[in-house]
Write a protein that binds this ligand. Structure first.
Ligand code: ADP
Ligand code: MG
Length: 237
């Protein structure tokens, strides 16, 4: 336990919550499949970043997380890699329709970056990733969603549009990610986020990542996360 605390300190990690898993030291500690490991190597990721060291074991254990770390710290892989594992764990993947993983990000650019990262890891499994944000015509987007996917990466406004147009349902969704939650609030997406959350089964797994933690975001996190573990890296939050 003393060693674990020292190790966290060396990574500038602070944690709180009930029964926090140990931080890992290498990607090998994650128990990832050979496919995921080779995709990680292909990305040139040699070792996990600080947030990944602590967030990966938390999310892989099925727990909700509040992850606070500055931009550029590698938060995307901390939720995308467990999402691939979560999807591959589903017993009858082909039986139902609609995404299993739903990722919300504040802007088209950020959503697109996540989309690209998710595709790199999803590809070798045949997991389909759909991007739902402005820039593509709504008709095209509806067509793509109706064809089916396991992961949706979306901006909140466009996601609501697609749900209203019945392009897809979230009845199969069991893992929700709110990325850059502080910026989504700054951009006025709180009502859309609440609406999206309300349409996903309450026994889902939820990850909330943010660079800062204003009181409004804290309040939302308390309402929509179940027994979360909070992981803070460095002098943020
Ligand atoms: P954040 O979401 O925290 O701003 P990103 O997930 O966008 O950060 O990652 C920032 C950059 O770091 C990206 O270019 C990403 O490919 C890279 N990266 C992520 N994890 C690792 C790692 N373990 N080793 C090296 N580079 C990484
Ligand atoms: Mg990010």
């Amino acid at each position: 336990e003393q060693d674990v605390n020292e190790y966290r300190k060396s990574l500038a990690i602070r944690v709180s919550g009930f029964v926090v898993p140990k931080p890992l030291k290498t990607f090998d500690d994650c128990g990832f499949s050979t496919q995921i490991m080779s995709a990680i190597r292909k990305q040139g990721y040699e070792k996990p970043t600080s947030i990944q060291c602590q967030a990966l074991p938390v999310v892989l254990s099925g727990r909700d997380i509040i992850g606070i770390a500055k931009t550029g710290s590698g938060k995307t892989a901390a939720f995308v890699l467990p999402m691939i594992v979560h999807i591959m764990d589903q017993p009858e993947l082909q039986k139902e329709e609609g995404p299993i993983g739903v990722i919300c990000a504040p802007t088209r650019e950020l959503a697109h970056q996540i989309f690209l990262e998710a595709k790199k890891f999803a590809k070798s499994y045949g997991i389909r990733v759909s991007a739902v944000y402005g820039g593509m015509s709504k008709l095209e987007q509806i067509k793509e969603l109706k064809a089916g996917c396991e992961i949706v990466v979306a901006t909140p406004g466009r996601l609501i549009d697609m749900l209203k147009l019945k392009a897809f349902t979230m009845t199969r969704a069991t893992y929700l990610v709110l990325d850059e939650a502080d910026r989504m609030f700054d951009l006025g997406f709180e009502p859309q986020i609440r609406s999206i959350v309300g349409q996903i089964r309450p026994d889902r797994q939820t990850s909330l990542f943010s660079a800062t933690m204003p009181r409004k975001v804290e309040k939302l996190a308390r309402e929509i996360l179940t027994d979360p573990i909070r992981v803070t890296v460095g002098e943020v939050g």
